[in-house]
Design a protein around this ligand. Structure first.
Ligand code: FAD
Length: 281
């Protein structure tokens, strides 16, 4: 069983601010973390390895500092890690990113067949949720999005059954492998890596592939040239002046609740009361 998990290093969004004058994202001093959604994908791949054996390879496309994110994944128990890093990738949008990652995965497959590809549902910085589907499309693989549980994997029949969270319910889906799964958040809890994995992660000879090593010949497909998306403006939404208020009541009769609410509104806005009374006449 060989799973490839795509992980992205992202700035800890809880600490990100938008510059009030230039409207650019202020990244200085913001710690970089593994995209939290990707950890649910990694844990699921590790659980499959626990039950079926095999290998988990983590892949990230990013600047050299993304090595830290990959080492973190190794410390949780991933077996191999590949950082795809090249100046030629700078400015890549989701189309170019999925192109580069697909080429990388094809290279990995040339050495060892891959049964499953995992991505997170989305990232916490780009938030597009496009990269996973982009890779599946390019590889012509079945795409299983919003997967909440892997029910079982039949390696002999090359089949997988998963639960997928859909609006209003859960779907049980079966498909053939290899396929790509985008893993939903909150579906598992990342394990603590053991001491052996921690030491191994620190010393592991992580692979760093440039454009050529990743098998990308056509530079028109990556970086700014391969990126038709243009981000025109980034801005923080204006803070709302009114504050939300929680009204606590023991009374769960909707009529009484409505009366309480109206009374509150009229106290705050007496004009509104007069207006409604006028219309009611
Ligand atoms: P999503 O589609 O939300 O991610 C879904 C899943 O895909 C993730 O959970 C993860 O599992 C996987 N995934 C996503 N990205 C990666 C990755 N890099 N490696 C491995 N797995 C991944 N970003 C920069 O850092 N530098 C730039 O110079 C830059 N220039 C850009 C220029 C343009 C015009 C645009 C539109 C975007 C640019 N970006 C840049 C942002 C970059 O395109 C996105 O960060 C990237 O495509 C991933 O998109 P996303 O964050 O929305 O991921």
């Amino acid at each position: 069983m060989h799973s490839v998990v795509c992980i992205k290093q992202v700035p800890d969004s809880a600490q990100i601010r938008v510059h009030p004058v230039t409207n650019t994202i202020m990244r200085q001093g913001v710690p970089a973390i593994v995209n939290p959604y990707d950890l649910f994908a990694l844990e699921e791949a590790l659980r499959l390895k626990d039950t079926l054996g095999g290998t988990v390879t983590v892949v990230s496309m990013g600047p050299p500092m993304a090595e830290a994110a990959l080492r973190k994944c190794l410390s949780y128990g991933a077996d191999d890690a590949i950082l795809v890093s090249d100046r030629a990738f700078a400015g890549s949008d989701t189309l170019a990113t999925s192109y580069a990652l697909t080429a990388t995965i094809r290279r990995i497959m040339a050495n060892m067949p891959v049964n499953l590809i995992f991505t997170g549902k989305q990232t916490i910085d780009g938030d597009t949720a496009q990269v996973g589907p982009g890779i599946a499309k390019r590889l012509n693989y079945q795409l299983l999005t919003y997967v909440s549980k892997i029910v079982d994997v039949n390696l002999e029949k090359k089949e997988i059954r998963v639960e997928r969270r859909a609006e209003g319910g859960v779907q049980l889906l079966k498909t053939s492998m290899p396929c790509l799964i985008t893993m939903l958040e909150g579906t598992n809890e990342m394990r603590f890596g053991d001491l052996d994995d921690l030491f191994r992660a620190a010393r592991y000879p992580l692979k760093i592939w440039d454009r050529e090593a990743a098998g990308i010949d056509d530079v028109e497909m990556i970086g700014l040239k391969g990126s038709p998306t243009v981000v025109n403006k980034v801005f923080a939404p204006k803070p709302r002046s009114e504050r939300a208020e929680i009204i606590e009541t023991q009374d769960d009769d909707p009529k009484n609740l409505a009366v309480t609410l109206l009374a509150k509104m009229f106290t705050q806005n007496p004009k509104l009361e007069r207006e409604i009374a006028k219309r009611a006449r």
